[in-house]
Design a protein around this ligand. Structure first.
Ligand SMILES: C[C@@]1(CC(=O)O)c2cc3[nH]c(cc4nc(cc5[nH]c(cc(n2)[C@H]1CCC(=O)O)[C@@](C)(CC(=O)O)[C@@H]5CCC(=O)O)C(CC(=O)O)=C4CCC(=O)O)c(CCC(=O)O)c3CC(=O)O
Ligand SMILES: NC(=O)C1=CN([C@@H]2O[C@H](COP(=O)(O)OP(=O)(O)OC[C@H]3O[C@@H](n4cnc5c(N)ncnc54)[C@H](O)[C@@H]3O)[C@@H](O)[C@H]2O)C=CC1
Length: 193
């Protein structure tokens, strides 16, 4: 069986500068998911035309919208870049410019031109689950997101907060704390270890 070898990380996009090149349907979808997870994400968008919905959402979240065609100078100071124009040659240019400058880049409709993929995302309080199908089936990622939204209990955040409090009361070295936390939570899984 083929195996997903991507390494997931949870980015603090409020500390990172993100550039979205393109302001159409796909740009709006990427911005919407980014802000849904991270309302304080630092984002700039550049495109000659923006959808009214994009401009409205951007204004709400202090996202800078720049009416221009893509040129390399927009990469300055950016940590990661999403390209979603309707011009494949522009998207590829963005990809190559980013690679040359060691910036993480995603060309939304072109998996081979992605250093990273966006995932399906479920958030319940402090808990976040991200889903990837290795770029194979975004629809499956969406359906799995909906499934986990349903099955993850609303009070999972209480568990996290209670354990965080309990952890603070624990004395001893790191190993003793790990042991106490594992003992306390072993009922959550069926495996006996
Ligand atoms: C590789 C990836 C790159 C990236 O965008 O990062 C990518 C690529 C492509 N998307 C396409 C289409 C669709 N994308 C969605 C939806 C989502 N796509 C997302 C991620 C990703 N999409 C990355 C891989 C994720 C993974 O590994 O699983 C999600 C999870 C997150 C997000 O978008 O932020 C979000 C669901 C969020 C949610 O609801 O929770 C739907 C479903 C719908 O809208 O109902 C459709 C239409 C149906 C279909 O085609 O499946 C096409 C075909 C274009 C064409 O045919 O022209 C390509 C290109 C290709 O596959 O070649
Ligand atoms: N609409 C959809 O749901 C999907 C579309 N795609 C593909 O993704 C691409 C984008 O799709 P849409 O967002 O729907 O297109 P769109 O036509 O709605 O938006 C294209 C955006 O790119 C901008 N743009 C054009 N030239 C530019 C340049 N030189 N520099 C910066 N921005 C520039 C336009 O101003 C516009 O904001 C297309 O190639 C499409 O085939 C892929 C998956 C789904």
């Amino acid at each position: 069986m083929e195996r997903n070898e991507l390494y997931p990380v949870f980015l603090k996009v409020s500390n990172l500068n993100v550039l979205i090149v393109g302001g159409g349907n796909v740009g709006l979808e990427k911005l919407t998911f980014l802000l849904k997870s991270s309302p304080k994400a630092q984002v700039q968008m550049v495109a000659p035309e923006f959808l009214p919905d994009t401009l409205e959402l951007a204004e709400k979240h202090n996202v800078e919208t720049t009416k221009d065609v893509y040129v390399k100078k927009y990469l300055e100071g950016k940590h990661m870049v999403i390209a979603c124009t309707d011009k494949p040659e522009v998207n590829e240019q963005v990809y190559h410019d980013c690679r040359r400058q060691s910036k993480l880049v995603n060309v939304a409709d072109n998996p081979p031109f992605c250093d990273f993929y966006m995932g399906g995302i479920v958030t319940k309080g402090n808990v976040k689950v991200a889903i990837s199908t290795n770029g194979k089936s975004p629809t499956t990622a969406k359906r799995l997101r909906q499934f986990f939204e349903d099955v993850l209990p609303e009070n999972i955040d209480d568990l996290v907060n209670n354990l965080n409090e309990y952890r603070k009361t624990l004395k001893g070295d790191f190993e003793q704390k790990v042991e106490a936390l594992n003992e306390f939570t072993k009922g959550l899984v069926n495996k006996k270890d």
